[in-house]
Design a binder for this molecule. Structure first.
Ligand code: NG6
Ligand code: CA
Length: 505
């Protein structure tokens, strides 16, 4: 016979056994957003690339959902990142274009942000990688002190970043608002208007370069690690990064954060620099792709994603970690350095079947690879649901039951069901931004007339600008070859008006 004590113990055990699977199922997933820089729709094997091999990302796509209509909001970096962070279309806010390396922070500190959603829900939050959203409250700032506001003031508990792009000064890492490895006896100065210090520049001393800048691009200022940059810097010699090591450093910091936070839900924004210029792979990857350094750094990026996946397995976190992989804008081959991306292209199509590229209002500007994997929860699929990076704020707010105030994330739509494959229904309307705006509705795309130039010979990219309205039927003409505006004036009117309404909303 069971005594009173053992009966209650038995009941307790039974209760634990019954609740355990429930709590496991209810456990909040870790979320890792892997955000790469300038990767095109056609750059991965799972998106049709045949000249380059991306086995880790193909595995991720095979175990998760591969979106064929996943978008960045914009065809360049800063505006896409602004939208990702705030849930607001960047063209609503002045000053969110590609920022110099000394710009002030453009993300508001008084509004809900993507990491803020996670933080409110009790997550540990971190960014590791490229930032490019400005730092401090003014251009003038002291790089030798704590700089705020920055990532730590807009929702990240931990930050290990570089300030802008790999081709912009200052070429240093910053951890929680301070330059890493700075020698106080060798202070850093940064200037984007005029030369400071006595260090050689790409323009004055091209013989010192290990990678030449393409003619007429802007990468001819201070030379760092044999590469001319945009902007001038002096000092901070010991703190400067070596390009070949940047991705390895970010990878290690990302892994450290995962390991240190494995006992609690975490959100990691892992923001890789590949394949943005200057492409300078680690020695192991140099020459590996046969497509020049652009191909090599794509292999390196794929390898890093594989390392993250392995780490999650090792820590027992793979099942309950949701991974999103996407790119901040479309691809470009020549973005200012002679790195053989063009000459060794070997038939590779970074844009896949799409027209345009980075900077373009055509599809290749903003339609990017987009993979969501959550092995414990999501079944493998290919989804045609239209999703945008601006939707992540509302989608995660929905998952984590965090209410949004009316002023928060005004353009963000809850796509949680589409992102996890529970629905095939994505957005019905999306605004695309490349300076010029375009709108997509039910596979019809309208590009507003503009007097911007149609083609940039420096990057060899069609920018999608025309003085006439453009209308494409993306379901029949994904390559935007046939402008149907003259045949469908009523569609043009409808979409132009809808765009106008959204602009004024
Ligand atoms: C452009 C740079 C380009 C790249 C881009 C930003 C020139 C001529 N071109 O101004 O190299 O840095 O800005 O790229 O300087 S992004 O992906 O961060 O938006
Ligand atoms: Ca970019």
């Amino acid at each position: 016979m069971l005594g009173k004590k053992s009966t209650s113990l038995f009941c307790l055990l039974l209760a634990i056994l019954c609740i355990a699977p429930y709590t496991y199922a209810q456990q909040k997933p870790n979320v890792i957003l892997i955000y790469v820089d300038d990767l095109g729709y056609g750059d991965l094997g799972s998106y049709g690339a045949t000249k380059i091999s991306t086995p880790n990302l193909d595995k991720l796509a095979g175990q998760g959902i591969r979106f064929t209509r996943g978008y960045a909001t914009s065809a360049t970096c800063t505006p896409s990142r602004y939208a990702l962070m705030t849930g607001e279309y960047p063209w609503r806010k002045q000053g969110t274009g590609v920022l110099p390396g000394d710009a002030a922070l453009v993300v508001p500190t008084d509004k809900l942000t993507l990491p803020g959603v996670f933080k409110k829900a009790g997550y540990a939050t971190a960014i590791v990688g490229k930032w490019h959203l400005g730092l401090g409250d003014a251009v003038e700032k002291n790089w030798n002190e704590y700089i705020k506001p920055g990532p730590n003031e807009v929702g990240f508990d931990y930050s290990f970043i570089f300030p802008a792009t790999a081709d912009r000064v200052p070429t240093v890492f910053m951890e929680n608002g301070r330059v890493v490895g700075l020698d106080p006896a060798d202070p850093i100065q940064v200037n984007y208007r005029e030369k400071i210090g006595s260090e050689p520049t790409g323009r004055e001393n091209p013989e010192l370069l290990k990678m030449k800048a393409s003619p007429n691009h802007g990468h001819d200022k201070t030379i760092i690690n044999g590469i001319g940059r945009i902007g001038y810097m002096s000092g901070g010699t010991k703190a400067r990064w070596t390009d070949e090591e940047v991705p390895l450093t970010f990878l290690q910091k990302a892994k450290d954060f995962i390991v240190e936070n494995k006992k609690q839900p975490f959100f990691l924004f892992y923001s890789l620099t590949e394949p943005h210029v200057p492409r300078m792979p680690s020695t192991y990857f140099k020459g590996k792709s046969g497509l020049g350094y652009r191909g090599d750094v794509i292999l390196q990026m794929d390898w890093a994603v594989g390392e993250i996946m392995k780490e999650l397995e090792l820590q027992g976190l793979a099942k309950n970690t949701l991974l999103i992989f996407t790119s901040d804008n479309g691809p470009v081959l020549d973005d200012g350095y002679e790195d053989e991306a063009v000459t060794k292209r070997n038939g590779h199509m970074p844009t896949g079947p799409l027209r345009g590229g980075k900077y373009s209002a055509f599809e290749a500007g903003t339609r990017v690879p987009w993979i969501v994997s959550w092995p414990g929860k999501i079944k493998p699929a290919v989804s045609e649901a239209m999703v945008s990076q601006v939707d992540l704020v509302a989608s995660f707010a929905s998952l984590l039951r965090q209410p949004l105030a009316p002023a928060d994330a005004p353009d963000s739509q809850d796509m949680w069901k589409a992102l996890t494959g529970k629905s095939r229904q994505g957005r019905s309307v999306l605004v695309q931004h490349a300076g010029t705006l375009a709108i997509v509705k039910d596979n019809w795309k309208y590009i507003e007339p503009s007097n911007g130039r149609a083609y940039n010979p420096l990057t060899d990219i069609e920018l999608g600008n025309a003085s006439e309205p453009q209308l494409y039927n993306l379901s029949e003409d994904i390559g935007e070859k046939r402008n149907l505006a003259a045949q469908h004036p009523e569609k043009v009117r409808e979409l132009a008006q809808l765009l106008q309404e959204i602009k004024q909303a």
